[in-house]
Write a protein that binds this ligand. Structure first.
Ligand code: FPP
Length: 252
């Protein structure tokens, strides 16, 4: 089918240089992003945490552009975890308002770039205005084929496994029929391929309840860079690092 991709802007020169070095055959299919360090970025500038989240959203455009150019097929972004509700109320409501505000401009932009958006997590427990915005984004972009972008909202890895188990039991699946393939088909996005690469910013060496099933064989790229300072160049550096590794998946 014809690509929906429109005229793509050039990446900044340093990013183009990294891109030109990447061995295309070894590019990860699915990359997960833990976008950490927004609060610290803001604190370093004497700004409110909300300014860090706001700056963080802006990084998505060049990163998604770089992903598309490198040939990454899918991205999963950790936007809001089931644990994030414990943050101060004004930060949580600020993040929700930011999602709504930015969806208005970013979703049409992503649509223009041929990205298909999907939301994963306990989305049924999100405020109505977020659910509506998410549904509209999914509908608008449903037919796009260049890049799948999964946005994890009210997402928890353990909740996903619990929800999958509940759905499987509700469907009356016999225990003897449950194997890994069956189980995976009850996850939030069963059509998604598993993670090849997880990128975490701000130097934390944790998984933080993200994609516990899907990261079984993932490679990790951890950088000290705070998420609002992350760039297309560093994303591509992570892809280059992945492309140069040999993945044994338990073999020799
Ligand atoms: C972690 O930084 C970041 C978040 C909890 C929010 C991430 C969300 C965005 C970057 C916006 C993305 C938006 C969409 C629509 C996908 P932190 O606050 O934990 O930083 P800290 O560890 O320095 O305090």
């Amino acid at each position: 089918m014809e690509s929906t991709r429109k005229n793509r802007p050039e990446l900044p020169e340093p990013a183009e240089r990294v891109l030109s070095r990447i061995e295309r055959a070894n590019v990860p299919r699915h990359v997960a992003l833990i976008m950490d360090g927004n609060g610290r970025w803001a604190r370093k500038r004497w700004l409110p945490r909300s300014a860090g989240h706001r700056a963080g959203v802006e990084v998505l455009t060049p990163v998604l552009e770089a992903a598309g150019r490198a040939g990454v097929r899918s991205l999963t972004l950790y936007a809001f975890s089931t644990e994030n509700w414990t943050r101060p109320e004004d930060e949580v409501s600020g993040l929700m308002s930011l999602f709504i505000e930015k969806a208005k401009t970013k979703v049409p932009e992503l649509h223009e770039r041929g990205a298909r958006l999907r939301f994963v997590g306990r989305t049924d427990r999100l405020p109505e205005r977020i659910r509506t915005s998410a549904r509209e984004a999914e509908e608008m972009t449903a037919a796009n084929q260049d890049l799948d972008v999964y946005i994890a909202l009210n997402y928890g890895g353990r909740s996903e496994l619990v929800d999958a188990t509940r759905r499987m039991m509700s469907a009356g699946i016999d225990p003897s029929e449950v194997d890994e393939e069956t189980f995976a088909s009850y996850l939030y996005a069963p059509e998604a391929s598993e993670m090849d690469l997880v990128i975490r910013t701000s130097g934390e060496l944790r998984v933080s309840n993200f994609l516990l099933w899907q990261i079984a064989y993932a490679e990790f790229y951890i950088t000290e860079t705070l998420w609002p300072d992350f760039s297309a160049e560093e994303f591509l550096t992570a892809i280059e690092s992945y492309a140069s590794r040999s993945r044994r998946r338990g073999g020799v």
